[in-house]
Design a protein around this ligand. Structure first.
Ligand code: BTN
Length: 243
């Protein structure tokens, strides 16, 4: 596995995006930064991380003939892979909060930002950015955040965690075309935080409503039962699931 280690960069996702404009990065390339000055999160949010305590990295993956419709399968696979990698580090109670936050003991320890690059009718490559809280001991401003250390009591070597998580992630992404999208979706749904229980959702204008998560559609939308037998589906930018 080839890893490019940077001291400070705006964003490892942006770095790979720019690199792929100039040259074709090798499949499986990993870029890690000690610090990001413009770390990007989902739906236009920023991503803050603590130098020396957390991991911010992106992997570059090429696909042979993955249809554009499989974009959610890339997202599902990434979440499943990170969950598996963290479980192998003996972190317990790992769940996936829709769409692709990874929780340990009900709190977020990892966020993922996936940026696909399309060619004709296929996803030619994906840049999968991972922000993983590793050795942080406190999150004063973020009561719903945690780190692998807080979840397990152990102190981790950042390089070892990077190698381990990247390896499992790349393995799963390489196998994506071997499994049916239904199999991958079923596995993702099995780890979905708050599936089957009454949960609260918030719309971008601050309105809240409750409903029960029933699963996800092939395109990644969340299936919510708002009232008995009233099923609605939502895109990422339409709702946020509260903790
Ligand atoms: C989120 O939960 O909002 C997603 C956060 C993704 C953060 C990672 S850190 C490495 C990579 N580079 C970025 O700018 N973002 C991703």
């Amino acid at each position: 596995m080839k890893i490019i280690k940077l001291n400070a960069i705006d964003s490892t996702n942006t770095y790979l995006k720019n690199l792929s404009r100039e040259t074709r990065p090798e499949d499986g390339l990993v870029v890690v930064a000690n610090a990001q000055t413009n770390g990007r999160g989902q739906v236009g949010a920023s991503w803050q991380s603590k130098e020396g305590e957390s991991l911010t990295f992106s992997v570059f993956k090429s696909f042979n003939s993955l249809p554009i419709s499989a974009h959610a399968t890339v997202l599902f696979t990434t979440a499943i892979a990170i969950k598996e990698a963290l479980e192998q580090l003996n972190i317990s109670n790992i769940e996936i909060k829709w769409p692709n936050d990874i929780l340990a003991g009900g709190k977020k320890c990892c966020g993922v930002l996936i940026e696909n690059q399309l060619q004709q009718d296929t996803i030619a490559t994906a840049i999968v950015g991972v922000g993983l809280n590793v050795n942080e001991t406190e999150f004063d401003e973020l009561p719903q955040a945690t780190s692998l250390h807080l979840a397990s009591g152990c102190i981790f070597n950042l390089d070892d965690v990077l190698q381990h998580v990247s390896k499992i992630l790349l393995k799963h992404l390489s196998e994506i075309e071997r499994f049916s999208s239904e199999e991958i979706k079923t596995k993702y749904e099995a780890s979905l935080f708050k599936k089957g229980v009454v949960s609260t959702f918030e719309t971008p204008n601050g309105n809240q409503f409750s409903g029960i998560i029933r699963g996800v559609k092939d395109n990644g939308e969340l299936i919510v039962e708002k009232e008995q037998d009233v099923i609605k589906t939502f895109e990422v930018k339409q709702i946020r699931l509260l903790y």
